[in-house]
Write a protein that binds this ligand. Structure first.
Ligand code: NDP
Ligand code: MG
Ligand code: MG
Length: 338
């Protein structure tokens, strides 16, 4: 697979265009400031009523209402919560984006699942950093960048790919490395990873380990350290050098136990569950569930968040992290999700 770096991108392409970033949240604040610092002409499109307006202005960026910001742009990058994108696209973007303009996303969800049907005259691209927005910004400030994906959905101008690569470069992506994918692959692998492994899988693994220890009478503080706190150390080792690097660093006892118990806990039944999850994503069934959830004001997410917040692992974790202020310092406070 080819990886693109700075030398493969023509930064002047994006520098020659008016770029509007719609949204100033996790990704939006990072893209807007990175592009601006790379010498790109950036306007942030927002609603006046929201909290982001003052933040973007405070960072010295040009801010305008979405429709107005879109009208002035050659390239419009949509960085809103995925659930809000279809309405904003229909009402503010589609009627205002110039003929032959470039429409960009950081996730393929809405286009792949037909929630946004881009106008036929547009180039449609994706530039998706493989990391949270605050890392996209902090790596850029260090002179680096978060590895990113690019994809082309619609190529009216014949230059869509070059523009995507140029945008990725201005955002720092070509410092970390850029690979090309397509909207379907990005959407399906992203959803699968977060559901089965990163968020769904990891959270339930941690909770079940904690519950097993505490129901057997062990102290919740001990269970918290062994099942949640230490996970970071293990993940860091895998992140830095793969599974072998992690196994090299842990004790022989821990490694042997890994072989004895790992495949018993994550077993063939888990594989079936993972395959089911992937099917649900591929058929669009999951997308339909999520869209419905949003349209009905998040009934099951609200209930689950409430249940999670009173789970003993969260209660004891809050107390223990109070004793470790250096950890708490990194907490992303009140990132309310909707
Ligand atoms: P956020 O939830 O952080 O976006 C919030 C921003 O959207 C705020 O500035 C908010 O402004 C604005 N906003 C919300 N609704 C509207 C509206 N109706 N009109 C105008 N502005 C609005 O989004 P993310 O950064 O998490 O995600 C953006 C995109 O990037 C998504 O497609 C996501 O899948 C993708 N992505 C996200 C990653 C991440 O790490 N979060 C990683 C890679 C891709 P206000 O203050 O007015 O509410
Ligand atoms: Mg995702
Ligand atoms: Mg231990």
């Amino acid at each position: 697979m080819k990886v693109y770096y700075d030398k493969d991108a023509d930064l002047s392409l994006i520098k020659g265009k008016q770029v509007t970033i719609v949204g100033y949240g996790s990704q939006g604040h990072a893209h807007a400031q990175n592009l601006r610092d790379s010498g790109v002409n950036v306007t942030v499109g927002l609603r006046k009523s929201g909290a982001s307006w003052a933040k973007a202005e405070g960072a010295g960026l040009k801010v305008a209402e979405v429709a107005e910001a879109v009208r002035a742009a050659d390239v419009v990058m949509i960085l809103l919560p995925d659930e809000n994108i279809p309405d904003v696209y229909k009402n503010d973007v589609e009627p205002n984006i110039k003929q032959g303009g470039v429409l960009a996303f950081a996730h393929g969800f809405n286009v792949h699942y037909n929630q946004v049907i881009p106008r036929a005259d547009l180039d449609v691209i994706m530039v998706a950093p493989k990391g949270p927005g605050h890392t996209v910004r902090s790596e850029y400030l260090k002179g680096g960048g978060v590895p990113s994906l690019i994809a082309v959905y619609q190529d009216k101008s014949g230059k869509a790919r070059d523009i995507a690569l140029s945008y990725a470069a201005a955002n720092g992506g070509t410092k970390g490395g850029v690979i090309e994918t397509n909207f379907r692959e990005e959407t399906e692998t992203d959803l699968f990873g977060e559901q089965a492994v990163l968020c769904g899988g990891a959270v339930e693994l941690v909770k079940m380990g904690f519950e097993t220890l505490t129901e057997a009478g062990y102290a919740p503080e001990m269970a918290y350290f062994e099942c949640l706190h230490e996970l970071k150390l293990i993940v860091d080792l895998m992140y830095e050098g793969g599974i072998a690097n992690m196994n090299y660093s842990i004790s022989n006892n821990a490694e042997y136990g890994e072989y004895v118990t790992g495949t018993e806990v994550i077993n063939e039944q888990s594989r079936v569950a993972m395959r089911n999850a992937l099917k649900r994503i591929q058929t669009g069934e999951y997308a339909k569930m999520f869209i419905q959830e949003g349209k009905t004001n998040y009934p099951s997410m609200t209930a689950r968040r409430r249940l999670n917040s009173v789970h003993p692992i969260e209660v004891v974790g809050e107390q223990l992290r109070d004793m470790m202020p250096w950890i708490k310092a990194n907490k992303l406070v009140d990132q309310s999700k909707n």
